[in-house]
Design a protein around this ligand. Structure first.
Ligand code: CA
Ligand code: CA
Ligand code: CA
Length: 119
């Protein structure tokens, strides 16, 4: 075998190995849970490279679509949106302060995707 061919094979091998490692790492960073054991995930967690949680998504009614999303900042909950009636529009949004307490709560009362009421 020519040296060039060997080098190409080596490079391809390293690239494939790196892809596999990244794939496994990414999978590890975004573990899923199947709560109703139907083989489909219904809880998705997302982590950054520092192993801090960045987001948590849930499919509460097991229809395959996310209806509950939590966004984390520095490992703490920062924002929560909920689709109460499972129409794909998140009509309740809460933001949290640094202590994890609810800071604001907004509601989309007419389902237009905008929050018109703040509490
Ligand atoms: Ca499931
Ligand atoms: Ca759902
Ligand atoms: Ca909705």
């Amino acid at each position: 075998m020519k040296l060039a061919t060997r080098l190409i094979i080596l490079v391809l091998f390293i690239a494939a190995a790196a892809t596999l490692v990244l794939f496994i790492a990414k999978d590890k960073m975004n573990p899923t849970i199947d709560r109703n054991n139907d083989g489909k995930p219904d809880v998705w967690t997302h982590y950054n490279w520092s192993n801090e949680i960045t987001a948590l998504e849930k499919d509460r009614n097991y229809d395959g679509t996310v209806d509950h999303k939590e966004v984390f900042k520095n490992g703490k909950i920062d924002e929560l949106v909920v689709d109460m009636n499972n129409d794909g529009i998140f009509e309740v949004r809460s933001t949290y302060d640094a202590n994890g307490k609810i800071a604001t709560m907004e509601r989309d009362l007419n389902n237009d995707g905008r929050y018109e009421r703040k509490t």
